[in-house]
Design a protein around this ligand. Structure first.
Ligand code: KG4
Ligand code: ZN
Length: 358
């Protein structure tokens, strides 16, 4: 069986062609092609512009498809992200998928399966590092699992009762953590996307020196699983203003490094605390971390160390580095499990749902 998957929820235009074969021991996936094009046009604006994202998706989808389909069979079905994400961007993928389905449905119907972007991030952990062929056992991971989804648009704790059965137990009340990284980077004059830039600057901080900057740990001790990062970003802004007032409008490099380090520590501590509380309170057997911010080493190490005291280390999953950000392989995998669960469902009214929940 062959699957074509399309992802256009934000600023990545991505298509994957995945072959799947089932056996008694599990499901073998072969990644025939997996192309992700990151739109660099947004860098100059310091954030993602929906109209530019749409224009670039429309230009790039046919180009990528041609590379992917070169000499390949028409797939058995098409998976496409229908949300959450930027609606104009999502529509590009959906209409493209529907047009392909129309064009390819000749003697047999080639269905289009809508896929939730966040479910894609959750299931991206099934793909091993640097493998184009891998077998996933029938029992995917011990349940219930807790998924921490941290990206530019989302910060959520999701209880996974089963594949396709999710409940959001906590989320950000304002900015997503990736958004906070991006905004703090912008305040510090660093380019978009800010996450990797902040991480780099933070790593240059000399931790043996006396601490001079302390930022808040928002909602660290609240009795729920929610987050808030907008106040932390504002605290960075005020700290920088205070520094500039005594340094002739400048921020000395060592203080910029300390701010980046302290900001990253704050985000990391809050995320780790809330995640560990949820692991314990819901007796989760597995921890899954997904989304672009899961590439952050400080957050990764903190989560790994603290979660190991609660659940078995082999049940803590991070996506492989190339799958931390948005990609179409995760959409193909999530689409495969969705289709397998209900193969007879016909999705004939697929809409872009910007705020779609799991
Ligand atoms: O999942 P993703 O690729 O796109 C969505 O937002 O859905 O996540 C992108 C976000 C951006 O905010 C980016 O700054 C952040 O992930 N990010 C990081 C790192 N790498 C990417 N944040 C912190 N540390 C990183 N190393
Ligand atoms: Zn994402």
């Amino acid at each position: 069986m062959n699957i074509l998957a399309i992802e256009t929820s934000c600023d990545e235009t991505a298509i994957c062609y995945l072959s799947v074969s089932e056996s008694n021991t599990g499901t073998t996936f072969t990644v025939q092609e997996n192309i992700t094009h990151t739109q660099l046009e947004h860098i100059a604006y310091g954030g993602v512009f929906p109209t530019i994202a749409k224009r670039e998706h429309m230009i790039n989808l046919p180009i990528i498809l041609e590379k992917i389909m070169h000499g390949r069979e028409i797939p058995d079905y098409i998976c496409v992200t229908n949300g959450p994400g930027l609606e104009p961007a999502l529509w590009c993928g959906i209409t493209f998928a529907q047009e392909l389905s129309k064009k390819w449905s000749d003697s047999r119907r080639i269905p289009v399966i809508p896929v939730n972007h966040m479910e894609g991030h959750i299931l991206s952990i099934l793909v091993p590092e640097n493998k184009t062929e891998f077998t996933i056992p029938t029992e995917l991971f011990p349940l219930p699992a807790l998924a921490l989804l941290i990206s530019g648009g989302h910060t959520e704790l999701v209880l996974v009762k089963n594949i396709g059965e999710y409940s959001i137990i906590g989320k950000t009340r304002d900015d997503a953590v990736g958004e906070a990284f991006d905004k703090v980077a912008r305040i510090l004059g660093l380019p978009y996307p800010g996450g990797p830039e902040i991480a780099k600057l933070a790593s240059q901080h000399n931790t043996t020196k006396q601490k001079t900057i302390t930022l808040p740990r928002p909602m660290m001790h609240s009795q729920d699983y929610d987050f808030s990062f907008s106040g932390l970003k504002t605290a960075v802004l005020y700290t920088i203003r205070d520094i500039q007032a005594v340094h002739n409008g400048m921020v000395p490099e060592h203080l910029a490094q300390e701010i980046a380090h302290e900001f990253q520590e704050s985000a990391s501590e809050v995320i780790t605390k809330k995640t560990c509380n949820a692991l314990q309170d819901f007796s989760a057997q597995t921890l899954i971390v997904g989304g672009g911010v899961s590439a952050n080493n400080c957050i990764k190490e903190s989560l790994q160390t603290k979660a190991e005291a609660i659940i078995a280390p082999e049940n803590i999953y991070f996506p492989s580095r190339e799958l931390t950000g948005d990609n179409a392989l995760m959409i193909a995998i999530a689409g495969y499990y969705k289709y397998k669960k209900n193969p007879d469902v016909v999705y004939d009214d697929i809409r872009a749902l910007g705020n779609l929940e799991l």
